[in-house]
Design a protein around this ligand. Structure first.
Ligand SMILES: *Cc1c(COP(=O)(O)O)cnc(C)c1O
Length: 398
């Protein structure tokens, strides 16, 4: 009999979105005539821009003739895409090198897979509430997690305690689910803390494209010293509507080096390269062609148009909540609006209440950690029409 990875026994029973799906389908089966509005799952809805679609087609056409056919590509991504990403960072005043860029099928895989580079006895800081992937992948590896409380008291932006040591720190900014985003001064404190502790920051910037406040950093590498202590994960999912198309990238600076117990100096860039070339065979040429177009001036302009549409939805949601004196967070540099459930309601009770009385599906904060209890997340990824309709229903309900 195989000995199984019993760490899986420590995972929470049901994944957040499957429980939501289950409750919604039960409701719809019992109320088939009701018009349910879904502002729950963090998935985009607008079509991909025409510049990008045209390049995806070009990618397909290349495979149709022998002289342009592509088989296996470089595991790290084609140079044309790695260079396009370097140029994109340069336009945002951040300098990285193309061999620090690793193209992948998305940030979920990479944030999960990165745990393989670390041994089992690290002190790992993960904010609570947070994107569940960081927590679950560390539980799968049997790691002990120290939670960083993100609460109303710290505007959902926890800061380090210099008296406590950590080895690995997860930061997601702008944050899913709270929508909160760190400013440069705050991130500098995290970088200083990481350098002082010889720790590493795993920085998820999947929502950088939603940042409208130009004083906020779009990349951890906008912070001095960060190339010695941070890996950055990014994704075209929310930037370009690639949630189904699948493409992301991870930046692993070559200056990220740590001393092993043997005295050898290990480069995380070399380790990640070894990991990817061993276990990953790259993203399809077609998708990479489309991805490169995302970083062109025209392609990015089209992405920004879609993002503007979502931002207007976020504004409509925020205004609707404000009208009802419901205190909310996020919604400005983020597609998510996070708020306290009215009347101190528990977040799953509020989920059921909102579904039954306004036919709106949101996401219970408790699904993102204990500090999400009594909070709720609405997303701006719905249509304008359904977002307006949802806020009208909330206006009547409260
Ligand atoms: C959506 C999201 C991602 C993107 O994941 P992909 O696998 O690239 O689709 C990454 N991090 C967070 C926090 C997210 O919400």
């Amino acid at each position: 009999m195989p000995k199984l990875n019993e760490n899986y026994l420590n995972l929470k029973e049901s994944y957040l979105f499957s429980e939501i799906g289950h409750r919604v389908s039960t409701y719809i089966a019992a109320n088939p005539d009701k018009n349910v509005i879904r502002l729950g799952i963090g998935d985009v809805t607008l079509p991909i821009g025409s510049e990008i679609i045209a390049e995806l087609h070009e990618g397909v056409n290349a495979l149709a003739s022998a002289d342009t056919f592509k088989g296996y590509g470089p595991e790290q991504g084609y140079d044309f895409l790695r260079n396009a990403i370097v140029d994109y960072y340069k336009r945002n005043d951040v300098l990285i090198e193309s061999d620090e860029v690793f193209v992948s099928d998305g940030a979920k895989s990479d944030t999960g897979n990165i745990t393989e580079l670390f041994a089992g006895d690290n002190t790992i800081l993960i904010p609570d509430p947070v994107y569940p992937v960081y927590v679950d992948t560390n539980i799968m590896n049997g790691q002990n997690i120290t939670y960083l409380d993100a609460t109303e008291d710290n505007d959902f932006l926890p800061m380090p305690d210099f008296k406590l040591h950590a080895d690995i720190i997860y930061i997601c900014s702008p944050n899913n689910p709270t929508g909160a985003a760190y400013n440069k001064e705050q991130l500098k404190i995290w970088v200083d803390y990481a350098l002082e502790n010889d720790a590493i920051i795993l920085y998820d910037s999947a929502y950088e494209c939603f940042i409208t406040d130009t004083s906020l950093p779009r990349s951890i590498y906008a912070i001095e010293g960060s190339k010695k202590c941070a890996i950055e994960f990014c994704s075209l999912s929310k930037t370009a509507g690639f949630t189904g198309t699948r493409c992301g990238y991870t930046i692993v600076p070559k200056s990220l080096k740590f001393t092993a117990s043997t005295g050898d100096v290990l480069s995380l860039n070399a380790m990640w390269n070894r990991r990817q070339t061993t276990k990953f065979n790259g993203v399809s040429y077609i998708v990479q062609k489309g991805a490169a177009a995302v970083f062109s001036v025209e392609g990015m302009a089209q992405c920004k148009n879609n993002i503007k549409y979502y931002q207007e939805n976020a504004r409509i949601i925020s205004e609707g909540l404000a009208r009802k004196n419901i205190r909310y967070f996020g919604g400005i540099n983020s597609p998510y609006v996070w708020f306290k459930c009215p009347n101190e309601m528990d977040s799953w009770d509020f989920f059921d209440y909102l579904l039954a009385n306004a036919q709106i599906v949101g996401t219970p904060g408790a699904g993102f950690g204990k500090n999400g209890q009594k909070f709720f997340r609405l997303t701006s990824f719905g249509s304008r029409e359904s977002t307006l309709e949802a806020m009208e229903r909330i206006d009547i309900l409260f």
